[in-house]
Design a protein around this ligand. Structure first.
Ligand code: GLU
Length: 463
C-alpha cells in the first residue's frame, strides 16, 4: 500500500435513525481523512431490502449533515452494485478460490445437527466436477482449512482466528444475490478504501473479509475496530440510558460543534485535552489515541463541552445556529426587532448557557414584546412598595447616559435613598422588563433593550 492520502468510509445500514455510536464512527473516519488530506466516502448498505428504507437513508444523511460531516462524491448504494459483487464471485469461481456448493439449507442443518460444535465443511468443496447436479448452487469461498487468519488491527492489535474454525463463507447465494460480507469487501476494494474504522462488533467479520481480500490478491486495508459506546453504568448503551439518536441531541439544543468535540473524546484521547475545535481535532486525531476499553457516555461532560462551545462561538455563528435550532423545533424565525434586542445580550448570556434552549430561555426578555405579561411570581414582585421604587428608578434613568456604569450608579442611588439592598430594586425591574423573576442581570437587559424600550416597559409596569 502506498503512503498516499487515506480513503475512509462510513457504511451505515439504513434501517433506522443515526445512532450516536454510528455518528461517532462516521466522525472518526471523517477526522482521519480530513486531517490527512484524504477522502471520506459514504456507502449506504441497503442490501437488506426488507429492512432498508429511503426514510432511514434520508435520516442518516440529515444527521451527518447536521453534524457537519461532509462526504466526498455521491453516496454509494450497495444494493445497486450487486452485479459487480456477483461478477467478483464468478471470477473467484473461475480462479478456483471459490466453488459451487449445492448443499441445501435443509442438508446443512441436518449436517450441523449431526456434528455439534463443528464448522460446516461443504461436501462440494472437493467434489469431482463431473458429479455436479443441474441444480441451484451457492458460491462459497474456498477458505484455507489450516493455519490462521490474522487481523492486524490498529486498535485491538493482532487478532488471530484459527482457520479450522471459520467455515467457507457463502459469497453468492443460490438466488444470485451476494452476501453482505462479500459485498463489503468488493465495495471497499473498488472504492479504494485504505482504512476501515468501525465498531468492534465487526471484528469477527473482518476475519472472513480478509480471506476474500487474500483470495482476490487485493491489498488489505488498515482495520481499526473501535469499542462500542457504553452507558454511564458501563452497560451496553441502550435507550434506557437516555437519548441514543443523534437527532435527539440536536433537538435538545447541543451545538453540532460540541457534539463533534464530545463524540471525538468518546473512545479517543489526545493527552488530557477535553475541549478543542475542529482544526485541533483534525490535526490530533489518530488511531493510536483510540482506547481498547469501551467509552462511557457522560451527560455531565457533554453539558460542560456544550457550554464551552456556546460560550466561545462567534456572534454570527451563534445567531445562525439559534435560528437553525428554532426552525428545527418548529419555532417561528426571529424577527429583526428580536434579533436587535437579543444580539447585544448574547455576549453575556452565551457564557451561562449549556444548550440553545437555555440560552433562548435567558434571552426570553429580548424576544417578547410590550406589554410584558408578568407571570405570577413576577406579579408578586410588583407590589405597592416596589412600584414606588420602580417609579423613582424610572425618573432617575431619564437623565443618565445609557452605559453600564451610569445605570448601575442610578440603581445604587435609589437603593441607598430607600435604605434597601440592590436586590430589592432589581426585583421589580426584572418583573417589568422580562415578566419573570429569574432573568439575566437587569443591567444586561437594560443595555440590550436600549433606553426607549426599557423606559417603556418600566412605565407599563408602573401602570
Ligand atoms: N453496515 C454496517 C453497520 O451499519 C457497517 C459495516 C462496515 O462498516 O463494514 O453496522
Amino acid at each position: 500500500m502506498t503512503a498516499a492520502a487515506p480513503v475512509t468510509r462510513f457504511a451505515p445500514s439504513p434501517t433506522g435513525y443515526l445512532h450516536i455510536g454510528g455518528a461517532r464512527t462516521a466522525l472518526f473516519n471523517w477526522l482521519y481523512a480530513r486531517g490527512r488530506g484524504g477522502r471520506f466516502l459514504l456507502r449506504i448498505e441497503d442490501t437488506d431490502r426488507a429492512r432498508s428504507t429511503p426514510e432511514a437513508t434520508a435520516a442518516i444523511l440529515k444527521g451527518l449533515t447536521w453534524l457537519g460531516l461532509d462526504w466526498d462524491g455521491e453516496p454509494i448504494s450497495q444494493f445497486a452494485r450487486q452485479p459487480r459483487h456477483a461478477e467478483v464471485a464468478r471470477q473467484m469461481l473461475e480462479a478456483g478460490t471459490a466453488y459451487r456448493c449445492y448443499s441445501t439449507p435443509a442438508e446443512i442443518e441436518a449436517w450441523r445437527a449431526g456434528h455439534p460444535n463443528q464448522t460446516f465443511v461443504s461436501p462440494w468443496r472437493d467434489a469431482d466436477p463431473a458429479s455436479r447436479p443441474d441444480a441451484p448452487f451457492a458460491i462459497r469461498l474456498r477458505a484455507p482449512r489450516t493455519g490462521e487468519t490474522v487481523i492486524r488491527d490498529a486498535v485491538q492489535g493482532d487478532v488471530v482466528f484459527r482457520n479450522d474454525q471459520l467455515d467457507d463463507m457463502v459469497l453468492l447465494r443460490s438466488d444470485g444475490t451476494p452476501t453482505y460480507m462479500h459485498a463489503v469487501v468488493v465495495d471497499d476494494h473498488d472504492m479504494n478504501v485504505t482504512h476501515v474504522i468501525r465498531g468492534d462488533d465487526h471484528l469477527t467479520n473482518a476475519a472472513r473479509q480478509v480471506q476474500v481480500y487474500q483470495a482476490m490478491g487485493w491489498d488489505i486495508p488498515v482495520f481499526a475496530h473501535i469499542p462500542l459506546i457504553h452507558g454511564p453504568d458501563g452497560k451496553k448503551l441502550s435507550k434506557r440510558h437516555g437519548a441514543v439518536g443523534l437527532h435527539d441531541y440536536a433537538a435538545m439544543g447541543y451545538p453540532a460543534a460540541a457534539m463533534r468535540n464530545y463524540l471525538a473524546r468518546l473512545g479517543w484521547s489526545h493527552g488530557d485535552d477535553e475541549l478543542f475545535d475542529d482544526a485541533q481535532a483534525r490535526a490530533w486525531f489518530d488511531l493510536d489515541g483510540i482506547g481498547k476499553a469501551p467509552a462511557r457516555l457522560d451527560f455531565k461532560k457533554l453539558e460542560h463541552v456544550s457550554g464551552h462551545h456556546i460560550g466561545t462561538m462567534p456572534q454570527a455563528t451563534l445567531l445562525d445556529e439559534l435560528s437553525a435550532f428554532r426552525a428545527e423545533v418548529g419555532d417561528p424565525p426571529l424577527t429583526d426587532i428580536q434579533l436587535a434586542r437579543l444580539t447585544p445580550a448574547l455576549d453575556v448570556l452565551k457564557h451561562k448557557a449549556r444548550t440553545y434552549p437555555q440560552l433562548l430561555e435567558q434571552g426570553h426578555f429580548a424576544l417578547i414584546d410590550r406589554p410584558v405579561q408578568p407571570d405570577a411570581k413576577a406579579q408578586a414582585a410588583l407590589d405597592t412598595v416596589s412600584l414606588r421604587i420602580l417609579s423613582e428608578l424610572t425618573a432617575a434613568l431619564q437623565h443618565v447616559s445609557w452605559t453600564r456604569d451610569a445605570l448601575e450608579a442610578a440603581a445604587h442611588q435609589v437603593a441607598e435613598a430607600n435604605g434597601i439592598g440592590l436586590g430589592k430594586v432589581a426585583a421589580p425591574v426584572r418583573a417589568a422588563l422580562a415578566g419573570r423573576t429569574s432573568t439575566p442581570s437587569v443591567f444586561d437587559m437594560m443595555l440590550a433593550l436600549g433606553r426607549d424600550e426599557t423606559l417603556a416597559r418600566l412605565a407599563d409596569a408602573a401602570g
